[in-house]
Write a protein that binds this ligand. Structure first.
Ligand SMILES: Nc1nc2c(ncn2[C@@H]2O[C@H](COP(=O)(O)OP(=O)(O)OP(=O)(O)O)[C@@H](O)[C@H]2O)c(=O)[nH]1
Ligand SMILES: [Mg+2]
Length: 435
């Protein structure tokens, strides 16, 4: 149960030994607790040095910085204690604060309070966590844009555009007894335009999510074409077993690593064949097929002996590559030919991978960051828009309006989830303690 009644405390600097540690206190009891330890009043933006008694014969000289709500990170009265970076001293200070009325904060609870006190939006709160965990500079830049509200602004625009269409539709439902002449063809046209722009926004958001969370990429193809050799080349490691025997890989072998500036989550899989009667290999193939359904990007690898192998991967980004060009003359101009043996064209392969994953955004020119949670809601909204488009609006305007309404509700949840404690708990649980 989320409560803003407690005064919470946690160490906000990394655990362990360091030059300085920082302990944060926030909540309605902050003033009283501050006075108990300093014998002074809490004054906004005030910094004092104070020796605090922590235990028998243990005094610690601390720096205390105070903030009066709402002009603090959480929006509440709060203060920070900087002390020597020794975990024993940090624990003693926190124990003392708990004994005079604080409670230990949950992970992300300071930022959750900031959200609940309307200091920041949910998308910005999520971006703060993503910024802390960013492992590439591209991601730091993208998260910075989301923190400045660029993603939220785009969402606001989409919500507004959809609302305009809904207003046209719902005014008809409200007034059609009074014979308002509704322009059905305009509604259809507006929805069509909206849906095209929305689809392109989903595509940009997909790439923003890949940038943020890594793009899930499955290497697939027939057996023995060099899938595991490719996995090892890209990961610069002996990640998968390579052998001249067909059907070597059975389990999913996964590894996350950077290609260029981007994080990819790669899966090496069992080669797809209908010929095997080995139950273990068949199990491997069914695991590979499941991974193909769940991934974002498919890297289909073939070789000269499987030149006609080509599968469909509906809804996925796909890169097709032909390997072992050292063994035959590659006449297929449409396919990128490489040799993992001679290393021919492998730089091109890496470039094509990045292009397939991030093709539609100019990464240095303004992509924001986003999360799977946002993408799921956008896709659910798009499903409603598609459903509306398939309805004969002249006959079923109520049903048409209902789909648009459901779509709007999905969009709204990106910024304002139905404030269920569970959902907020899930979102903030991934934060560090003290943030
Ligand atoms: N000539 C040649 N051989 C290659 C090339 N790439 C990989 N091989 C060889 O092809 C064989 C199969 O390679 P793997 O990487 O195990 O192939 P795989 O697709 O993972 O095979 P399965 O896991 O059995 O489906 C090995 O003997 C590799 O050394 C290449 O570019 N040229
Ligand atoms: Mg293999």
């Amino acid at each position: 149960m989320i409560s803003l009644e407690d005064t919470i405390v946690a160490c906000s600097s990394p655990p362990g030994i360091g030059a300085i540690s920082c302990i944060r206190v926030s909540g309605p009891g902050s003033r009283e607790i501050y006075t108990k330890i300093t014998s002074r009043k809490l004054v906004h933006f005030n910094v004092i040095v104070k020796e605090i008694t922590l235990a028998v014969d243990i005094e610690e000289k601390c720096v205390l910085t105070s903030y009066e709500g709402p002009n603090s990170y959480t929006g509440e009265d709060s203060f920070e204690i900087s002390c020597h970076g020794n975990p024993l001293i940090v624990d003693l200070i926190i124990d003392n604060l708990i004994s005079i009325g604080c409670r230990l904060a949950e992970p992300g609870e300071f930022t959750m309070r900031s959200f609940l006190n309307s200091k920041i939006g949910l998308v910005e709160a999520e971006a703060i966590s993503d910024l802390i965990h960013a492992e590439t500079l591209e991601k730091v830049r993208a998260v910075g844009r989301s923190l400045k509200g660029e993603f939220t602004t785009e969402i606001d625009k989409i919500i507004l555009d959809l609302r305009k269409i809904r207003t046209l539709v719902e005014s008809d439902i409200d007034f059609n007894d009074q014979e308002i002449n509704i322009d059905f063809s305009r509604i259809k046209r507006d929805l069509e335009t909206f849906s095209t722009l929305f689809l392109s926004f989903i595509s940009t958001t997909e790439e923003a999510v890949y940038l943020n969370e890594g793009i899930n990429t499955v290497i697939t193809g027939p057996t023995n074409v060099g899938k595991s050799t490719l996995m090892n080349y890209l990961s610069k490691n002996e990640t998968s077993i390579v052998s001249e025997k067909s059907g070597t890989t059975r389990d999913l072998v996964s590894k996350s690593f950077k290609i260029g500036k981007h994080v990819f989550n790669f899966y090496d899989t069992a080669g797809i064949t209908t010929k095997s009667s080995d139950p273990i290999e068949r199990k491997g193939i069914s695991m590979a097929e499941k991974a193909l359904l769940e991934c974002d990007l498919v890297l289909e690898l073939i070789d000269g002996e499987n030149i006609n192998y080509k599968k469909d991967y509906p809804g996925k980004r796909v890169l097709r590559v032909i390997n072992k060009i050292d063994t035959f003359e590659n006449k297929n101009a449409e396919l990128l030919g490489v040799s993992l043996k001679t290393k021919a064209n492998l730089e091109n392969l890496e470039r094509e991978l990045i292009k397939t994953a991030f093709g539609s955004t100019k990464l240095n020119v303004g992509v924001f960051s986003a999360r799977s949670r946002h993408l799921r809601l956008l896709r659910e909204c798009y499903t409603e828009i598609e459903a509306a488009k398939n309805i004969n609006i002249e006959s079923y305007i109520e049903l048409f309006a209902e789909h648009l309404k459901l779509g709007s509700l999905k969009l709204g949840q990106i910024k304002d989830p139905y404030s269920s404690d569970d959902l907020l708990g899930d979102i903030f649980a991934n934060f560090c303690i003290g943030k």
